[in-house]
Design a binder for this molecule. Sequence first.
Ligand code: F6R
Length: 614
Amino acid sequence: MCGIVGYIGGGNVYDVLIKGLHRLEYRGYDSAGIALVNPSGTLNVYKAMGKVSNLENFCKDKNLDALAGIAHTRWATHGEPSDCNAHPHYSEDGNLALVHNGTIENYKLLKDALTQHGCRFHSETDTEVLVQLIEYIKVKNNCSLLDAVREALKQVVGAYAIAVVEKDHPNRIIAARKSSPLVIGIGDDEMFLASDATPFVEYTKECVYLKDEEVAIIERGEPLKLVTLENKEAKIDVTTLELSISQLEKGGYPHFMLKEIFEQTTTLKDCIRGRVVNGGKRIIISGVDDNKEKFLAAKRIVIVACGTSWHAALLGKYLIQDMCRIPVEVEYASEFRYSNPVLDDKDIVMAISQSGETADTLAAIKIAKRMGAFVYGISNVVGSSIPRETDSGTYIHVGPEIGVASTKAFTGQVMVLTMLAAAIAQLRGTMTQEQITEIGKAIQKVPSLVEKVLRLNEKIERLSLIYTYAHNFLYLGRGYSYPVALEGALKLKEISYIHAEGYPAAEMKHGPIALIDEEMPSVIIAPNDHLYEKIVNNVQQVKARSGSIIAIVTEGDTTIRNIADHVLEVPEVPEALSPIVTSIPLQLLSYYIAINKGKNVDMPRNLAKSVTVE
Ligand code: F6R
């Protein structure tokens, strides 16, 4: 949600910032803006509605000379997308410019107070309140920008990652964070700041992740300095990035989404590497053996997540209950946090998040910790907030996911949950060694089976043409295929804007079956598992009402082939691993339908990759 980038150094400030904004555009693309502090002491702010390319066009004939600068790509929260609401925002006297990611919850109160002091506001944003407040404090207390920022942030309720530049100090940027990510890249006589490391990975691998309520003083020719809101010096922990530039490019694919779908053979290999050992006999996931007593004593596991990660969480429930015999509850993090949850130190709360920054998931973790639960995180982005807030956890290791619609992160999450469930089962003795070895060996085969699934690409592209203009879709599945149905429906909705509903196949007869006619296609996920005979009945029920059916079946299936209009065959795998092979054809189907409709699959309307606001 909103991307921030900043740069100070000898390079071309404008070029670094624009390139950085393009990298962060997945976080929001309602408008973009840039503030450049000129060597002659002027502060130029340029903004444009829509994508970063619009800003570039707007800047073509402008003065782009700068010693330092900050920039922003916006996902609108307060105030509609417009030039005026775009960041950076100026202070009243035009001395300061500020970019912000997050939400200032008490902005109305602050705005009223500042208005009474004579401040005038030009936008509807909460951000403008912050820059005006900083200026007000700076003038009133006749203090430095650093002190004014610290004092202002003490008055703020909410989440923020901010960067501020000052006309009279063109060699300095002040930045701070609370509950919204901010990372500082340390180069050779240059420094960067950004919402994640992608804007500066080609310039430096050394970075510092800011902690909550830390303020950074980024000054040309000076080492980085961090202080707390109380002005106490904070420790600087430098991390070396394991990120390569090729991971951030499309690599010949027309879209990141397609690249990421096709990457799944490799990403699943990376995800499994070093975790299934001794010929499949042992499965090791970090945080399990180190916290043996927690996993042995656990009476219940509660998994919190949002969106696609919530669908993975639902699969986690089936996997953990089946393999470990521990009761599992799955909660939307946004509901959990306000549900007055009942938790104690015998509970394990697992948080699943690709970005590691989702605001609701972060808030859920904080509540769970406060209540004494042991909190375990599963994330993709190394160094993000969720892994830092949890007691323990692991990464899915699928590399940066840039397409807004999650694909490789979903299969990575499901794979990690499968291995995690097996590792806990091994610890608790709820699976025999034979069963562990069987699942371990099957896990090792998954990447090559995924390669086979991806050969369905052309067939799915052709099939998509038949269904592009359907107005509604049903996605049906049972058992392990039910969360896959939910995920398939979400993928179609978010990138093609076709209404799609995921449903447990057997529940259909309690209502949704009324919707079925020749205009309502059903995608039925029906691999050869213990519910196969049951889902065959559901397939027949849809056909009996003239519904058109695309079925995802196991290779060699003959029964459903004779009923469904189209079948997509996936390789045979143990039931626990079927979601990985059945979800990939659904990713491709939604991709091609959206492409046929001319939609921007990498940047679907109204969405952003990382939801750092409530
Ligand atoms: C859908 C999608 C979203 C995310 C959700 C949670 O394709 O990407 O539904 O899954 O916003 O994000 P993370 O996993 O980063 O917490």
